[in-house]
Write a new protein. Structure first.
Length: 188
């Protein structure tokens, strides 16, 4: 480090310019590999296909995410789970194959909804601070951080050592197996 300060001013300026360009072109540090492995995504899509439930995306959510009717109407097939803190997480492929709809909701933070492309990269995201409050578009940097966290949660759930989908609390969970007669029909 001391050797840098002994260099002529022109060399230090060139080095500073080079380091600045590298920092700008390399992108934010939180964009380090995230998401689901192809195997995990395959497992998740299989669960959606076999055990997913039908739900309708509310008009306000579809509007803020700029979803086209061909992507989500009349309804989509989703899978959802509840985490240890009581937060609900959902995942659904869009009809036209253009990506996925994801959400996270909880009593203490409202809900966050995501539109992601087929490679699980963020397209759009929005948040409401209250359970049924208005949705506001999230800035890209904040939305990417939130999506990275959401994908980490799904990745942990889909790890080879864990269950793909946890049974829902209730009488069926008390018996140790999910109740196949009552699919989850709740909305995000």
């Amino acid at each position: 480090m001391l050797a840098i300060f002994r260099q002529p001013a022109r060399q230090r300026a060139a080095l500073a310019l080079l380091l600045s360009a590298w920092a700008l072109l390399s992108g934010p540090a939180y964009c380090v590999e995230h998401g689901l492995t192809p195997e995990q995504l395959g497992r998740l899509l299989k669960v959606v296909d076999q055990r997913g439930s039908r739900t309708t995306i509310p008009h306000a959510v579809a509007s803020v995410l700029q979803l086209q009717p061909s992507q989500h109407t009349p309804d989509i097939k989703q899978v959802a789970y509840v985490d240890e803190e009581g937060g609900r997480h959902g995942f659904a492929p869009l009809h036209d194959g253009s990506g996925f709809f994801m959400f996270r909701s909880g009593a203490s933070f409202g809900q966050i909804v995501y539109l992601v492309d087929p490679d699980l990269h963020l397209v759009r995201a929005a948040r409401s601070l209250l359970k049924n409050g208005p949705l506001l578009a999230l800035p890209d940097a904040e939305a990417r951080r939130e999506l990275d966290d959401e994908l980490r949660q799904w990745s942990k759930l889909l790890s080879p050592n864990g269950a793909v989908v946890r049974p829902k609390p209730g009488p069926a969970a008390d018996q140790g197996k999910p109740d196949q007669r009552k699919p989850d029909q709740s909305k995000p």
